[in-house]
Write a protein that binds this ligand. Structure first.
Ligand SMILES: [Zn+2]
Length: 286
């Protein structure tokens, strides 16, 4: 009995220590709440959590998975892929959006479980392979490193089974924050889909950042670039920024696909740009 009590006391202490060490403990629990997977448009599906997007693109030659959530998201991502009727080893390519723990946390495990090739932005490759980024809130949460098989730069393409994704690098959030653009086909029509890279401040320092001196200019260039772009379907790395779960709930046979919304990208950029300007002003005053 005494031994059991001391084991319990040890477990309780470890839990306290773990939550003290990880300032994101509560956020992680909230972000990892499960979500039902759903169809988006054409050959594009959602297999992420209630917060963290993981997008699946299915082709006759296998599937592509964009973003991999937290380490603890992996079981539900794998379950979601299976419940849509696809096999885990159908996944041939793992694409990474940016090197923060909430999007690459599950990458190493999914690389092992699928045997897929990992493709990521050249500038975030060193962080993914170190499992750590040296600035911003994510510096506090290292993850298991993953090997990047191919590093891409802006305009490079990834092709599988007739689907081509074009890299849209929008740095700022991280030096290599990357989005992917593709064409989806549904009911005889074609739609431009953007899996947008994150462009939020996200707690980043914006002024005098030794590890990333061009951060503020990079954000500005990314806003300008996305403002000049037109897409039919916006998908984001945190699903709520594009209301993906809410849109899926509105989908109904015979009705227009709720994901087709050309106003979504301009709204997404405007929100993050206004936030950036406010935060930059505040940090400049300090
Ligand atoms: Zn991030």
């Amino acid at each position: 009995m005494k031994r059991i009590i001391s084991v319990l006391a040890f477990l309780a202490l470890s839990t306290v220590a773990a939550s003290a060490a990880d300032p994101f403990a509560a956020t992680r629990l909230a972000w990892n709440k499960p979500a039902k997977p759903f169809h988006i448009i054409g050959n594009v599906y959602y297999v992420g959590t209630n917060e963290l997007s993981v997008h699946l693109i299915v082709t006759p030659q296998g599937a592509i998975l964009i973003d991999q959530g937290l380490p603890e998201s992996v079981p539900q991502i794998e379950q979601n892929i299976a419940s849509l009727g696809f096999k885990l080893n159908d996944v041939k390519i793992l694409l990474s959006g940016h090197a923060h723990f909430d999007h690459i946390g599950g990458l190493a495990a999914l690389q092992k479980d699928t045997g897929a090739r990992v493709i990521a932005s050249a500038k975030d490759k060193p962080y993914i392979e170190a499992g750590a980024i040296p600035f911003g809130p994510s510096r506090l949460v290292p993850v298991t490193p993953a090997k990047v098989d191919r590093a891409v730069k802006d305009g490079d393409t990834v092709e599988l089974g007739g689907t081509t994704l074009t890299a849209v690098v929008t740095p700022g959030h991280t030096p290599g924050s990357i989005g992917w653009r593709m064409t989806a086909h549904e009911n005889g029509k074609t739609y431009t889909v953007l899996f947008a890279g994150s462009i939020s401040v996200g707690g980043n320092p914006l002024v005098n950042v030794a590890e990333y001196p061009t951060i503020a200019d990079d954000y500005r260039a990314s806003f300008a670039r996305l403002k000049a772009m037109k897409v039919d379907v916006l998908l984001t790395e945190h699903q709520r920024f594009a209301d993906e779960i809410a849109k899926a709930a509105r989908a109904a046979p015979g009705k227009p696909n709720p994901f087709v919304d050309p106003s979504a990208l301009p709204r997404y950029v405007a929100t993050d740009e206004a936030d950036f300007n406010k935060e930059l002003a505040a940090q400049t005053k300090r």
